[in-house]
Design a protein around this ligand. Structure first.
Ligand code: GLU
Length: 479
């Protein structure tokens, strides 16, 4: 039975890289009829951000990535929050001490700093010098009995090689002489990530570890721990990073790296997930559009890329526009309403708004500037009435507006078909191009040259009173 886990640290919002890790891990579990486990790695209390766990829950849930075991729903391997597992780690560390694969270290921060400085002066990078490994058992016990603060360090062999095989990256080997005796248990009694991930992955029965490739170089050390315990190692699949360009990772500092940023910028979550899924994986055919269920069917590790993908916001925007076009008008309206409100636009005719906006909206945040003329007539120049193709200019416009105002004022109902027929009949009766009639009417009602929708739709949206008020104001301008 495949068991995978997503193990985020609650240190802030959900980075797109994290989202993608979660997604691939989830897809892998589902594609293999396995279990997807959520584990919160909160042992680094200094980086803990209040509310971050909720962001994780909310984001995964909103995308449809349901977990089978996790902090909120429990499971057979709980608790699923590392800080709640705190007491579980020390006995394992002590077991390693007994096996001489780990040792107590009493070096103070000042002592370590001094040795770090000395190493720097020699032009070397400091590696813990195994100072406390050489304390006698009695000495160690005496210090523990005296209540001296300690950490527990891994005892990495001084020579030889540590290695593992990654599904994507192949054989990864490091010289033990390059490895530091990393801390397993910190002075506050908390495990480090380096220790906790091993203990948790083993005790939770994780079969496949999928995570970012920043852990690639540490994994050999983790495997030394598995070996020390005599535990079976999981299969490792380290994932390529998402890049901003050829040399830079998409980083938190760019401000454009978070899932919620894109939601706030008017992107649909389905489009973001679809796009992110394709950053580092491809289905092996030409398909580009996937729902979560389709991703589950199509996903395989073989389709995962070994080279980093570059995040292209234009491609995401294109994809988002495609998703927007596929919404029903009612769904479109639901998403667009807050943006109408932002622009101060109030109308009962959201169907008309959807009709004119949906084909041209790439991201919802573009909506306010497309519709704000409906809320307030912009100040405009009479030169806007000039349009060659529509054969109109201020003089023609004055006549057209006189006729249009008279005809529209006489309308019994302010209704789209009636407005349409009235204006077009008027054009025909006066042997005008439709454009000659519609251009001045639209300019007077919108006060701008480029608008979503035409004169008739705008008239419906403004309503009778406001339409006529604007038409008359336009006519005034032409005196
Ligand atoms: N807590 C780690 C992180 O957020 C997870 C690493 C892992 O999946 O092992 O980067």
């Amino acid at each position: 039975m495949v068991r995978t886990r997503f193990a985020p640290s609650p240190t802030g919002y959900m980075h797109l890289g994290n989202l993608r890790s979660a997604l691939y891990t989830f897809l892998f579990a589902r594609a293999n009829n396995g279990k997807f486990i959520l584990r919160i790695e909160d042992t680094d209390r200094e980086r803990y951000v209040e509310g971050a766990v909720d962001v994780i829950y909310r984001t995964l849930k909103s995308i449809g990535m349901d977990w089978d075991e996790g902090p909120d729903i429990g499971g057979d391997y709980g608790p699923y929050v590392q800080s709640e597992r705190k007491d579980l780690y020390l006995p394992y560390a002590k077991e390693l001490v007994k096996k001489k694969k780990a040792y107590y270290c009493f070096c103070t921060e000042e002592e370590l700093q001094q040795r770090r400085d000395e190493a720097a002066a020699r032009g070397e990078t400091f590696k813990y010098d195994k100072h406390c490994l050489h304390l006698s058992e009695e000495e160690v016990q005496a210090r523990l009995d005296a209540g001296m603060p300690y950490v527990i360090r891994q005892n990495v062999p001084e020579h030889g090689e540590a290695s593992f095989d990654d599904v994507l990256y192949g054989h990864i080997a490091v010289d033990c002489s390059d490895l530091d005796d990393m801390i397993l248990i910190k002075a506050d009694g908390m495990p480090t990530y380096n220790f906790a991930n091993v203990i948790d992955d083993h005790t939770m029965g994780i079969t496949h570890v999928m995570r970012g490739n920043e852990y690639l170089s540490s994994t050999p050390k983790y495997n030394l721990l598995y070996d020390a315990f005599g535990w079976e190692k999981p299969v490792y699949i380290h994932m390529t990073p998402i890049m901003r360009d050829a040399t830079h990772k998409l980083s938190k500092r760019d401000g454009d790296a978070y899932f919620e940023d894109y939601i706030n910028k008017g992107y649909l979550k389905e489009a973001i997930v679809n796009y992110v899924a394709l950053l580092g994986w491809n289905p092996g055919d030409e398909r580009e559009f996937f729902t979560i269920d389709e991703l589950i069917k199509a996903f395989s590790v073989e389709g995962m890329s070994k080279s980093p993908a570059i995040f292209d916001v234009n491609k995401l925007t294109w994809m988002n526009a495609e998703y927007i076009r596929r919404l029903t008008p009612e769904q479109f309206t639901e998403y667009a309403l807050p943006y109408y409100e932002k622009a101060g636009v109030k109308t009962d005719h959201t169907d008309v708004l959807a009709r004119i906006l949906q084909p041209r909206t790439e991201v919802f945040t573009q909506i306010p500037e497309m519709v704000d003329f409906l809320a307030a007539l912009p100040d405009y120049d009479v030169e806007l009435f000039t349009n060659k193709k529509s054969k109109t200019n201020p003089e023609v416009a004055a006549k057209v507006l006189d006729m249009a105002i008279a005809a529209l004022e006489a309308l019994p109902d302010w209704e789209e078909q009636q407005i349409h027929d009235t204006l077009l009949n008027l054009a025909a009766a006066n042997e005008m191009k439709n454009g000659t009639m519609l251009w001045p009417v639209r300019i007077a009602m919108a006060g701008k040259q480029v608008t979503p929708g035409g004169a008739i739709e705008i008239a419906v949206l403004l309503g009778r009173d406001e339409s006529l008020r604007r038409l008359k104001a336009g006519r005034e301008k032409l005196n």
